[in-house]
Write a protein that binds this ligand. Structure first.
Ligand code: AVI
Length: 322
């Protein structure tokens, strides 16, 4: 007889629906023009990101999975029994499953995700796979301060899980703010388990953001498709191209959408002019040395307790404590 999926209560904090029109108007008026990378993730964008993770050039996901395959049991031992895991993001991935599989009598798993549909899908999957782990999904924007739901049993420790090097998509000030917020949420004795992509030769990094199959390019351009559909902008998608360049001084991939012609784009009845070859910033993907990241964490009052690397030293999973 197959197990019945249990009833799971969604804690819906009704994350304010962003005024996308205002965000875009503001971004197009800026000099240089700049749109936030969170606008990538509509349904199609999220699917394309999953496909990026399968591309041979995108080493990040494979490297992080290999770390979890090798070390998830040691990580679970370090976290100890009766832990509560709070994941920033929907937790639909294989990395989350590997972590949950190895935990010792976890008290709760709390995925925090802004997209209600992504959250419900991943929780339905996890409920079937882990019938004994209490699931407490929270629909909220994890970049904003969070009150964690009360767990049925008190955890010995709360650990924030933030895989995928998503921290790299935030500029330094914002990254420190998020780490500080994690520090507050995990409370005394807690920790942060975080995936961090490492600095390496520029060619390897650049290839990861310029895959030969063109999936990353489609992902980047999909932001414009989405805006045209959702807020009625008139971006001529065929007159923009994706460009991702590694800036070694700043230690980050800088992804831009470059206008291939001189053109006007309208948001409502307001027109914004693009020059030929004008680049609009849409994403940073920061890369760190182990020292860089330890310094960043220290600015948020966190110390690196342990680091796990993949066999090629491309990626790290780190455990941060107060
Ligand atoms: C989600 N984030 C960590 C990805 C990255 O590598 O910066 C998003 C991405 N953008 C292009 N490719 C992947």
């Amino acid at each position: 007889m197959s197990a019945q999926p249990k009833e799971i209560r969604l804690d819906d904090r009704h994350p304010d629906i962003e005024d996308t029109t205002e965000t875009v108007r503001h971004g197009l008026a800026a000099k240089p023009k700049k749109l936030p990378s969170r606008l990538f993730y509509d349904e199609r964008g999220s699917q394309l990101f999953e496909t990026i993770c399968e591309q041979p050039e995108y080493y990040l996901t494979r490297a992080e999975i290999s770390i979890m395959r090798e070390h998830a049991a040691d990580i679970a031992d370090l976290l100890g029994p009766e832990v509560r895991i709070v994941e920033y993001g929907s937790g639909s991935g294989i990395k989350t499953r590997m972590l949950l599989e190895h935990l010792h009598a976890p008290v709760a798993y709390v995925p925090v995700e802004i997209s209600r549909s992504a959250l419900l899908d991943s929780v339905a999957e996890l409920a079937t796979r882990f019938p004994d782990i209490p699931l407490q999904p929270v629909c909220a924007d994890f970049t904003q301060p969070l009150r964690l739901p009360v767990a049925a049993r008190s955890p010995r420790r709360t650990v924030i899980y933030f895989p995928g090097s998503t921290i790299g998509n935030f500029e330094t000030k914002e990254a420190i703010k998020i780490l500080r917020q994690m520090r507050a949420e995990m409370s005394d004795g807690g920790g942060v388990l975080i995936g961090v992509d490492l600095k390496k030769d520029s060619a390897t990094i650049e290839a990861a953001y310029n895959d030969a199959a063109g999936v990353t390019s489609e992902f980047t351009l999909n932001m414009l498709v989405r805006l045209n559909r959702e807020i009625g902008t008139d971006f001529d998608v065929s007159a923009f191209r994706h460009r991702a360049h590694y800036n070694p001084m700043a230690g980050r991939i800088e992804t831009t959408l470059v206008s291939t012609v001189r053109q006007d784009v309208h948001v409502g009845n307001e027109a914004f002019s693009f020059r030929e070859n004008e680049a609009m910033q849409v994403e940073y993907s920061c890369k760190y040395s182990l020292d860089d990241f330890a310094q960043l964490a220290a600015k948020a009052g966190l110390a690196v307790q342990q680091v796990w690397l993949d066999a090629d030293g491309q990626f790290s999973v780190q455990y941060l404590v107060r």
